[in-house]
Design a protein around this ligand. Sequence first.
Ligand SMILES: [Zn+2]
Length: 458
Amino acid sequence: MDFEAKIREDRESLVEDIKKLVSINSVETDPEEGMPFGRGPAEALQCFLTLAEEMGFQTENFDNYAGHIDFGEGDETVGILGHMDVVPCGDGWVCDPFCPEVIDGKLYGRGVLDNKGPMAVCLHALKILKEMGLPLKKKVRMIIGANEETNWGCVDYYFNKKKITPPQISFTPDAEFPLKHGEKGVFQYQLVTDIKENIVLEGGNAYNSVAEYAYALLPQETEAKVEAGIEAWGKDTGCRYEYSIEDGRLKLEAFGFAAHAANPQKGTNAITGIMKAVQDLALGSELSDIADFYMEKIGFNLYGENIGIGLEDEVSGRLSFNVGKVETTDGKILFSIDNRVPVSYKCEEAQKLVEKELEGTRFRFENPQATESIYVPKDSFLVETLMEVYKDVTGDADAEPQVDGACSYARALDNCVAFGAILPGQPDLMHQKNEYLELEQLNMWMKIYLEAIYRLAK
Ligand SMILES: [Zn+2]
């Protein structure tokens, strides 16, 4: 379908609408009467629905948790899922992140990429399809959440409390192009052991990030051995080490490199750095015991093989194993673990395997939190159609759909894939300072989403 002229005609009003949405600070705040995620998310959601009403669409606001916009009729529904809340901005912006500005052809503002810009593009795509009066067999429904960035209270309310029937097929423009048709399970838990000695071992700060810093307190007498060991440990672990003497104990610090838990091989784990050093020092203490366990069951292995969960499948590859955090508290040491589980396995299967491997050791398994994987086959109508659109519009004939360990909004419902909106080569500034959108890119987005909605619904 030739949408070029329409896209050109619509361009200015699209940019205005993105600016209008981005001008609302929709970072979550404390709830207010009728505004479960605070004023900003509610206002941004209503603003989006109002834009749609002005274009002549039916809309419904579900108590400022979420809303939807309907276009057309049909037994089947094509869903487009996105959100109007944003993450906090931090400092160092070239402009006020809630007063969007165009500088050198780039529109700066919080949410231009994540997710207000792409959602405005999809809404304008619906507007163009409506104006052109093209015959569609399916209904198209945009579902807009107001709480994606924190707890997903929006989609929970919409699907579980209000029990709105999910569309049969959906995409979310809240990740990257070309397309993700599967996402591994996210399985987080703790490995815990009780301690009797006065151990201090701390590092990392979240399950889902490779620990970039860790330290332990050791007996001062280890100083000579530490001094002698640092160089070799650095070579083994990739960490940089420092030590100091504090109150009669030696503080050994390791500095690694943070990375997302879905790709632990991109980082250097400082907790592993400390554990390796402690093991080498062979102190004969309880901490040594813990380091021995760690190096045997985890160590440098990032795929869970040493702890019995070397799971793998053809469509999604290997399980990933990340140690995000270690803490000493209330007579216990807790390691916080994040696994991304291949789509053919349930998190519970991984749990059973780990528990079995812990039998007879001093460690136990605690606090599991599972988000199961999602998967839509490559040869489904949804994936095939969207890939075809992407290849046709971009000319990138070699593009392949992906499966990875990330956690996108697509998990909110069945039969949903992440489709855009970051294009290859476009800097991924989602959640970063100076989030910007090259206005040049808007035409490509419009062409892809227009064609995608049209081909899915026609
Ligand atoms: Zn997002």
